[in-house]
Design a protein around this ligand. Structure first.
Ligand SMILES: [Zn+2]
Ligand SMILES: [Zn+2]
Length: 170
C-alpha cells in the first residue's frame, strides 16, 4: 500500500495537534507495526520514552464482518533529540471471529477519539521532553456496548499488554 505523506488522516491530525502546541522543534509521526511493548536499556539511554493507552475503535474484515472494540491498544515510543521530535506509533490489531482467515485487522479510530489519544500523548511529551508540570489527565471512560473482548483474537493480549487500562506512568 503506497501512502503519500499527508494523505493519512492520522498523520494530518497529528500534524494539526502539534501545530497547535507551537513547539519550536519539528515533530514527526511514523507507524511501526513491530514496535516493542517495552523499552530496553539501550533505547532508554538513547532518550526514548514510552506511552501506552487505549481507545475505542472499529475493525473491518475483508469478509464483511466488522466489530467495535473499547480495547484498541495504542503504543507510542517518542523522543526529542536536538530540534527533532519523533513519535512511533503502533495500534494493535485484532482478528476476525467469523473467519478462518487468521490475518489481523488494523483498527480504525475516529478523528475525535484519536484527538483525545494525541492530547494525552502531548501531555506526556510536555512532561517528559520539556519538563513541564502537567496535571493528571482525566480520562472519560466510555461505556459503550461492545461484545466481550476476545483475548485469543487480540494482538495486544498475546503480548500481555492489553486490559491493563492504567496509562503507563513514565
Ligand atoms: Zn472476517
Ligand atoms: Zn486484548
Amino acid at each position: 500500500m503506497a501512502r503519500t505523506p499527508g494523505t493519512n488522516p492520522w498523520f494530518d491530525l497529528f500534524a494539526r495537534c502539534m501545530e497547535e502546541m507551537e513547539f519550536e522543534e519539528r515533530w514527526t509521526l511514523n507507524f511501526n507495526y513491530n514496535l516493542d511493548p517495552d523499552l530496553d536499556v539501550e533505547k532508554r539511554k538513547e532518550g526514548w520514552k514510552i506511552y501506552k493507552t487505549s481507545s475505542f475503535g472499529r475493525f473491518d474484515c475483508p469478509c464483511s464482518n466488522s466489530w467495535s472494540s473499547a480495547h484498541v491498544v495504542i503504543l507510542f515510543h517518542y523522543r526529542l533529540r536536538r530540534d527533532r521530535g519523533l513519535v512511533l506509533m503502533r495500534a494493535f490489531r485484532q482478528q476476525c471471529r467469523n473467519c478462518s482467515n487468521s490475518s489481523q485487522q488494523k483498527p480504525q479510530i475516529t478523528n475525535k477519539q484519536l484527538k483525545q489519544v494525541f492530547d494525552r500523548l502531548i501531555l506526556k511529551i510536555l512532561k517528559n521532553c520539556y519538563g513541564e508540570e502537567v496535571g493528571n489527565v482525566q480520562r472519560k471512560l466510555l461505556h459503550r456496548k461492545t461484545k466481550p473482548h476476545e483475548t485469543s483474537l487480540c494482538e495486544a493480549c498475546a503480548l500481555g499488554i492489553c486490559r491493563n487500562q492504567d496509562d503507563e506512568v513514565d
